[in-house]
Design a protein around this ligand. Structure first.
Ligand code: GLA
Ligand code: CA
Length: 780
């Protein structure tokens, strides 16, 4: 929008006893000009630091803002997280840790502008991408579409956001210079009428004068790009920057350029290695953008922590995010400058109009160690049951009106013959199965598990399924992520050579909320009478205390425990899981005190040995403890393509961007095998994304996809085969250095499909390193 926004500032209305006529706050105008943003009529480069207020303990907000300022940033960029503000329908909370207006005022106090991204959807590796779970109580709801109920709740929420923040726009004398409409809608769908509606709601909420913008990827931004909004691009460290802006420059030659999310690092998921991105690439990217006058927001500049149950999950598949949101960002999870910070600061200093950067503030607190202590107080899991219901069919967690925690399902089994399989359709997310109280096994959604073998038993045995929910999916179409058991539980067995299926009915269903109050009650009321009391498991609530002479930040080691949640002095600290890679939880010193401190652990699996903990002075974010490696090169999985005929073969072009390979005829099969015979440059082959098209020319859904085989995968950098369908253009499958060509990647589509073409995307970096040259595609 090139409309000039003439703005006037209001005086800070201060009428205290000592000051009658306080100095008027700095008056600014901010406009989207031709070729650049304009601040007070002069070209202005936005240098924004992405930081998320719920991921930083409130007492540390100002320190982190000062850290960003000392890095040379002039703006803070933040999402508004709907689901922390409206945890129950219609009950809004913008106080304390949720006081986003106060965060903006602190920014202004420190001479920083603010970009606000009020969603409603925010992605951000945050539970359900910021949408409230209770929307799912309407089972047929269409999220991020013009569903009347969804739109009404959005409208009401944005109105509340307006009440908090619209008086803080630059036109009203505040720090907010831009407001974002929706978030990367292109990776969800094509729906301009919906995005337009969100724009209108945002405008009607009090953001009618401030500059509005949209962000998306260069490969899809026009799908939902509205004519009257500013368009900005998201891409990661290392990306070919000119290429990222090429289309925008063609379509809108006079638009200011901005990378609205320049990814400094990346997020971690449970069961995979800690992600990092090279500092030099990040700094080179920022340097290049600044030298060309391109505005940016560095996502994340300080990631912080997804405390409590707020971490989300990615899809396709189910890949829950860890608690730490360190992101390999320049300011680490606990607020200190990293090596990346110092070298970035040097570059930022070159673009500070000859002025010296402010000095780097000292951390608000030091770091302390806590000697090992035992959590001696114990209550079994069933002591935390808050609600029980009898039902013919299984119900989801949402149907029992609970947002987070675990569900327990119990029924009576018929006689179970040998080789009977229990199927949970589907278990969201981590199910543990017991027969007559005895542990039988687990069904883990992360591993795409759906069933297990039951032991033979006489009629009348009790089947108990305990299911812990992890974060709701925050990316892609799968954000409609019900928890508990989503449909049914069946038994399959063979009777006289025929498959027999029994749909299990008549359930006792109970809820185990994930909150501190429940944990406390459980530890007081250990002897609640419940059928579950027969579980042979060490799962449950553990409580211990430690003493501090000096308060400081610490990293609580959770390695003695299995899987669950930690509360310190009543604060929900976050999820832990023995598989790693995160093995410690950040505990901010501002939530600790001198003298006695309390730790409560809710462990749904149970500790391996003694339930002990200790605080360390550095975090452990990269220690995996897996049953089996993440690689996909099991020898039996390698197909024999010796006598097979490829459906396509040829040479991919050099350079960045999507390429399409058309098959001569419709190809039918369940597996797509891509053989890479050589590359254009670099000795390691790499592929960022793959799609296949159906007979109607549309891309097939990749939700059911898994990797069947990859002869070589660079697991250290998380460059495993699944990265070619993780919906992220900045992540990629890459072979190991020095491994021999040809390379083979085989994708299992989940079922037989008819296909006509393959879309291929090489890496986004300049020169597309690892770009495949000669290829063959097989379908079988
Ligand atoms: C996208 C989203 C962000 C975040 C990043 C990955 O760009 O817009 O919210 O999820 O990906 O960290
Ligand atoms: Ca990818």
């Amino acid at each position: 929008m090139n409309k000039i926004l003439k703005t006037l500032c209001l005086a800070a209305l201060m009428a205290t006893a000592t000051t009658t006529a306080q100095a008027v706050e700095a008056q600014h105008t901010f406009e989207v000009g031709k070729g650049s943003f304009m601040l007070d009529g002069k070209p202005f480069v936005v240098k924004a630091a992405e930081v998320h207020y719920p991921r930083i303990p409130r007492p540390y907000w100002e320190h982190r803002i000062k850290m960003c300022k000392a890095l040379g940033m002039n703006t803070l960029c933040l999402y508004v997280f709907w689901n922390i503000h409206e945890q129950r329908e219609g009950e809004y909370d913008f106080t304390g840790q949720n006081d986003v207006a106060e965060f903006c005022r602190l920014a202004q106090k420190n001479g920083m502008f603010v970009i606000v991204r009020p969603g409603p959807y925010v992605c951000a590796e945050w539970e359900m991408g910021g949408l409230p779970w209770w929307l799912l109580k309407k089972k047929d709801i269409k999220l991020r579409e013009r569903d009347p109920y969804f739109m009404e709740r959005v409208r009401l929420f944005e109105k509340e956001v307006g009440k908090q923040l619209s008086s803080l726009t630059v036109e009203n004398g505040g720090p907010i210079i831009m407001v974002q409409v929706e978030n990367e809608y292109g990776s969800y769908g094509i729906d301009k009428p919906y995005v337009s509606k969100i724009r209108d709601i945002v405008k009607q909420s009090g953001f009618d004068k401030v500059a509005l913008f949209q962000c998306d990827w260069s490969s899809n931004f026009i799908n939902n790009g509205l004519d009257d909004l500013t368009w900005t691009m998201n891409f990661g460290t290392g990306a070919n920057i000119d290429e990222q802006f090429r289309r925008l420059k063609q379509l809108r030659p006079e638009a200011p350029l901005m990378c609205s999310e320049f990814w400094s690092g990346w997020f971690d998921k449970w069961g995979a290695r800690h992600e990092t991105r090279p500092a030099d690439d990040m700094v080179a990217g920022i340097d290049e953008m600044l030298s060309k006058g391109i505005s940016f927001s560095l996502y994340m500049t300080h990631g912080g922590t997804s405390f409590g149950h707020w971490a989300g999950a990615n899809s396709p598949g189910f890949a829950p995010d860890v608690t730490s949101y360190d992101y390999d960002a320049p300011i680490n999870e606990w607020g200190l400058p990293t090596g990346k910070y110092w070298i970035l600061r040097q570059t930022m200093a070159k673009y500070n109009d000859g002025k010296k950067l402010p000095s780097v503030p000292k951390a608000p607190m030091g770091i302390v160690a806590i000697p090992q202590f035992e959590l001696t107080d114990y209550a079994p899991l069933y002591a935390g049951i808050s609600k029980t219901e009898e039902s013919r069919n299984v119900k989801t967690m949402e149907e029992l009106d609970m947002g987070w925690g675990s569900m327990v399902y119990q029924t009576t089994l018929p006689a179970i013959a040998a080789n009977t399989v229990l199927n949970i359709n589907d278990a969201h997310d981590f199910a543990q199965v017991y027969v007559d109280g005895k542990y039988v096994g687990k069904i883990d959604r992360v591993k795409n598990e759906k069933s297990l073998l039951l032991p033979a038993s006489a009629k009348g045995a009790k089947l108990t399924i305990v299911i812990e929910a992890m974060g709701r999916i925050n990316f892609g179409r799968a954000i409609k992520d019900f928890k508990g058991i989503t449909q049914s539980v069946t038994l399959t067995s063979e009777v006289d050579g025929h498959e027999q299926i029994i749909d299990l009915k008549n359930w006792t269903i109970a809820t185990l909320p994930d909150d501190y109050a429940t944990a406390q009650e459980a530890l007081q009321n250990k002897s609640v009478n419940s059928n579950l009391s027969t579980l042979t498991s060490q799962s449950g609530y553990y409580r211990g205390t430690f003493n501090l002479k000096k308060v400081g930040d610490t990293f609580l080691n959770t390695e003695a425990f299995g899987k669950g949640q930690v509360y310190v002095n009543g604060h929900a600290i976050g999820r832990f899981w023995s598989i790693g890679p995160q093995q410690t939880l950040y505990v901010p010193g501002c939530w600790l005190k001198k003298g006695k401190n309390e730790v409560v652990v809710l462990d749904v699996v149970g500790p391996k040995g003694k339930p002990t903990m200790f605080g360390q002075t550095t975090p452990e974010l990269d220690k995996l403890n897996l049953e089996k490696s993440n690689k996909h090169n099991n020898p039996g999985d390698r197909p024999d393509l010796n006598s097979a005929t490829p459906v396509a073969q040829g040479t991919f072009a050099a350079g960045n961007g999507w390429q399409t390979v058309k098959f001569g005829a419709v190809a039918k099969g369940r597996y797509v095998a891509i053989e890479c015979r050589s590359t254009h440059a670099a000795d390691q082959a790499a592929i960022a994304e793959i799609y296949v098209k159906g007979t109607d020319g549309n891309r097939l859904s990749r939700e059911p996809w898994t990797v069947k085989y990859a002869d070589s995968e660079n697991e250290m950098g998380n460059h495993t085969g699944d990265k070619v369908f993780d919906l992220q253009e900045s992540t990629y499958w890459q072979t190991q250095r020095g491994s021999d060509f040809p390379h083979l990647l085989v994708i299992d589509l989940g079922s037989e499909q008819q296909m006509t073409a393959l879309d291929y995307l090489p890496r986004a970096e300049q020169g597309a390193p690892g770009n495949v040259k000669e290829y063959q595609v097989y379908i079988y």
